[in-house]
Design a protein around this ligand. Structure first.
Ligand code: PSU
Ligand code: MN
Length: 297
């Protein structure tokens, strides 16, 4: 009789976040997107672990019903809370539900031994940070929790070069999956490079496993949006200028800036940025599942 080396009852796991679903896409698209992502993840051989906070409990198995309850909360008035590192504990203590961002998803995942997480795009250094200091805590969480985050770079609404510098300062390795360039969400080339490039999944899996263990910090895996879904840079700049003006006029500050700007972009672009956003998330889930299998499977 052969004895399996690893128990088949503990399959490769891939963490997913709730904020992307509750704040990143329109309400009516959220459940369909979750189903698509979960199916892609399973097709890749990994089990999807949707992270979030449900009535005060941090979970890695948020269900479709839990997600619907979060979306209903939004429909009744205030959108469900977007929980980052500083607001997670209070929501738990007060028994509230909330969506986890990259920062809190890596925390929940790490505490459950999940080593790979697929999202859309990282939060980062917002433009004009020298005066308002709005820098996403996603970056600090990556330096703290040993999880590999598969992402289409950082969101192109940010100061991309400053975000790349900050990752370096924090000692977070930025690895290109089949690319030499740090991507910026809707664009494959954000104008700067990566620390190392990998083209082979088994080699990437070995690198990630040993780096997480050695450093105790996270790793960014840059997986650019597929070329056929990339948004033309000039067209993008026009939509971004208008979306930024709208978000400012609406008085969005702090953690409301990202959802307000993404929402305005989706509308101003006639749904083009939303379609691109969904495609890049699906692509990250495919690569994330493959990486989870390479590490755990
Ligand atoms: N990726 C997307 N859409 C999103 C986000 C990521 O495609 O809405 C979310 C993530 O949860 C990320 C958050 O952590 O936006 C960053 O928000 P802030 O800039 O306020 O830290
Ligand atoms: Mn912020």
């Amino acid at each position: 009789m052969t004895v399996p080396v690893r128990s088949p009852v503990v399959p490769a796991r891939l963490a997913l976040e709730t904020t992307l679903l509750t704040h990143g896409v329109p309400r009516e698209a959220a459940v369909g997107l979750l189903r698509e992502l979960a199916a892609l993840c399973r097709a890749g051989g990994a089990s999807p672990c949707l992270c979030g906070v449900v009535r005060g409990v941090a979970r890695d198995d948020v269900s479709e019903a839990d997600l619907l309850a979060m979306l209903d909360e939004g429909a009744r008035g205030q959108p469900v809370a977007k929980l980052n590192t500083s607001s997670l504990g209070a929501a738990m203590a007060q028994g509230r539900s909330g969506a986890t961002t990259v920062s809190t998803t890596v925390e929940v995942a790490a505490q459950r031994g999940i080593r790979v997480f697929a999202t859309g795009g990282l939060g980062g250094v917002h433009k004009g940070f020298a005066t308002h200091m709005d820098i996403s805590t996603d970056l600090l969480a990556l330096a703290r929790w040993p999880v590999a985050v598969v992402t289409a770079g950082c969101k192109s609404i940010l100061d991309v070069l400053a975000t790349r510098e900050m990752l370096e300062t924090l000692g977070v390795p930025v690895i290109g999956w089949q690319t030499d360039r740090f991507a910026a969400f809707y664009q494959r080339d954000g104008g700067c490079g990566v620390d190392a490039r990998f083209d082979d999944m088994a080699a990437l899996g070995r690198f990630v496993r040993s780096t997480l263990m050695r450093s105790g910090r996270g790793v960014v895996i840059v997986n650019p949006i597929p070329s056929e879904h990339e948004i033309d840079a000039n067209q993008w700049q026009g939509w971004l200028n208008a979306a930024e003006a709208e978000a400012r006029a609406a008085g969005a500050t702090g953690r409301a800036v990202t959802p307000a700007t993404l929402g305005a972009l989706h509308r101003l672009s006639g749904g083009k940025t939303l379609a691109a956003n969904i495609e890049l998330v699906k692509h990250n889930v495919r690569v994330g599942a493959a990486l989870a299998v390479a590490i755990d499977g």
